[in-house]
Design a protein around this ligand. Structure first.
Ligand code: GLC
Ligand code: CA
Length: 556
């Protein structure tokens, strides 16, 4: 068993909160969220008890992909504020015990970055070799048939040069050539520049792509990935008390410890997406999602609990800025909205790992309903609509997919109150506010002692205060049960039993032996329970956790 002692890294007892700055809080009425807006709302986060913020990109950017296309790594986009604002955010958050973990996009930059401008202007400039250039293929077309994530080829021709550059994402996001040691050194230097300003670490965007070999059509987890990460660790993280979490869509339980095993010196943890992609259509992907299936969902999450049982560390999440709202995806955003939001939170927050809350999740914000392509702001949805339309697809079918899984669902503004635009802005918001803000908002939820915020505050506190929550061993139960997610955590003769009905129907649940416990109610969304044994009648979306003597080394 690892980390049961008191002396554990801070991020093993902390909960993160992701801020999507464009949609969090606007302070100057231009309709775009900004850093002064975040500072004005820090007390909300402090009251929730989160230990750190994952801040989606605020760097200078033409916003082709909403900041995931950086044109200057050492400047703040004027829409978001200034470097002084950023320094103030670090200090103000720090004063509330919150660290700022910055989102860093180094697989690619923007085609407006000085490096790319120089690379195009002069092929003999050192910056030219910061990017991946290839001659046209034999037919004069792109060098390979690689496709970009946002639609179209992954190669774009620069006519003046007669050569193509590679971009895994939009043409405005040229991939950096990590094979070039000068590029790597420039990135490391920039990372140290930020770390020296006092940030708490980095979330590393699509970091599993940096070791790619595009000529062999190997993109994710390429041959040089781990040497590059080890080098980055040596150059930037060693000896610092930071948190590093990699976004890795391709990681598997077999490869996870290569990133975050304790003897690896690479990253602290990675985001895995198995519980997300399990519901993507095998051919048509995210735009044709499969129906929610609890045993599949549990299998993915439990597999990862087992895989990182003795080494490594899980990053726990259901939502982020690329995913639909969790209460709409995995819960019930109608009649059981509040209760299912709490049930999902209970299920995730009592697992072993570091939970991440996405802005608005803590009040049970829902997906929105797009009825017209003009409402999309996301390059991914816009690109896929263009392709679908060219294929002759019906708008209605396309909207079904986008409404289920489009990224703009998560990007509608934070709903603070029932004021116009949910209190997000006094101007015209850059993307429509969900009309349900009149009912679903922070002020209304907080006014209810049984609101979703109160439930999150409690779960976050449990992780901070109870070692069994942060470091207890995970034990899966009732794995095949179609309605109930159940597991135990065990530490030093104690057992924490977690039972969640993830359905809108009541269910009678026979408690397996290893889940039995009697003791203290740590969390409940219907009525507190102090006993888990026999056959329990569970209400729709009922979730609870009970702690008492038990477990391998305990009397029970
Ligand atoms: C990551 C980001 C996503 C972005 C992509 C390209 O997946 O989370 O928002 O579009 O990388 O940078
Ligand atoms: Ca603004």
């Amino acid at each position: 068993m690892t980390g049961a002692g008191q002396d554990v890294p801070w991020w093993q007892k902390a909960v993160g909160y992701q801020i999507y700055p464009r949609s969090f809080q606007d302070s100057n009425g231009d309709g775009i969220g900004d850093i002064p807006g975040i500072i004005a709302r820090l007390d909300h986060l402090a009251d929730l008890g989160v230990g750190f913020v994952w801040l989606s990109p605020v760097y200078a950017s033409p916003q082709v992909d909403m900041g995931y296309d950086i044109s200057d790594y050492r400047a703040i986009d004027p829409a978001y504020g200034t470097l002084d604002d950023m320094d103030r955010l670090i200090v103000e958050a720090g004063a509330r015990g919150i660290r700022i973990v910055m989102d860093l996009v180094v697989n690619h930059c923007s085609d407006r970055h000085d490096w790319f401008l120089k690379a195009v202007a002069d092929p003999s400039a050192p910056e030219h070799d910061y990017f991946i250039w290839r001659d046209p293929g034999p037919d004069g077309g792109p060098p390979t048939d690689a496709r970009s994530v946002f639609g179209g080829p992954a190669w774009t021709l620069v006519p003046e040069l007669g050569r193509y550059y590679f971009h895994q994402f939009a043409p405005g996001q040229p991939d950096l050539d990590w094979q070039n040691p000068d590029l790597r050194a420039a990135i490391h230097e920039m990372m140290n520049w930020w770390l020296d300003r006092g940030i708490g670490g980095f979330r590393l965007d699509v970091i599993d792509l940096i070791g790619k070999d595009p000529d062999a059509s190997v993109f994710a987890e390429g041959p040089d990935l781990h040497p590059f990460l080890r080098e980055m660790h040596d150059a930037a993280f060693r000896g610092r008390d930071t948190l590093t979490v990699g976004e890795t869509w391709s990681v598997t339980p077999e490869t996870a410890l290569l990133y975050c095993g304790r003897d690896r010196d690479e990253l602290d943890m990675v985001f895995q997406f198995e519980h997300v992609t399990a519901f993507h259509h095998p051919e048509r992907g995210k735009w044709d999602p499969l129906p929610f299936d609890l045993p599949v969902f549990k299998r993915a999450l439990f597999l990862w609990q087992e895989a990182l049982r003795d080494d490594g560390w899980n990053a726990l999440f259901l939502s982020n800025h690329d995913l639909p709202r969790q209460v709409s995806r995995y819960g019930d955003d109608g009649e059981w909205r509040v209760r299912s939001a709490k049930a999902l939170a209970t299920a995730i927050h009592l697992l072993r790992g570091t939970p991440f809350v996405y802005q608005g999740e803590e009040i049970g914000m829902t997906n929105t309903r797009f009825t017209d392509p003009d409402e999309f702001r996301d390059i991914e949805a816009i690109g896929h609509w263009a392709e679908a339309r060219a294929r002759g697809e019906e708008l209605e079918d396309f909207l079904t997919g986008v409404n289920a899984n489009g990224r703009d669902n998560a990007r509608t503004p934070m709903q603070w109150s029932d004021a116009p635009n949910g209190g997000f802005t006094t101007g015209r918001p850059w993307i429509g506010v969900n009309p349900n803000h009149a009912e679903i908002n922070v002020a209304a939820d907080r006014a209810d002692p049984d609101g979703v915020v109160a439930h999150y505050r409690r779960l976050i506190g449990l992780r901070r205060d109870r070692r069994i929550v942060s470091h207890g061993q995970f034990v899966a139960h009732a794995e095949g049960h179609p309605q109930v997610m159940a597991y135990a955590r065990e530490l030093d003769g104690e057992r924490l039993s977690v039972v969640v009905n993830l359905c809108a129907q009541p269910v009678s649940f026979r408690v397996p032996k290893g889940l039995e416990v009697e003791g203290e109610s740590l969390s409940a969304n219907v009525t507190p329970r102090t006993q888990v044994r026999g056959t329990l009648g569970l209400a729709p979306y009922e979730a609870f956790a009970v702690m008492g003597p038990g477990g391998e080394s305990g009397p029970g």
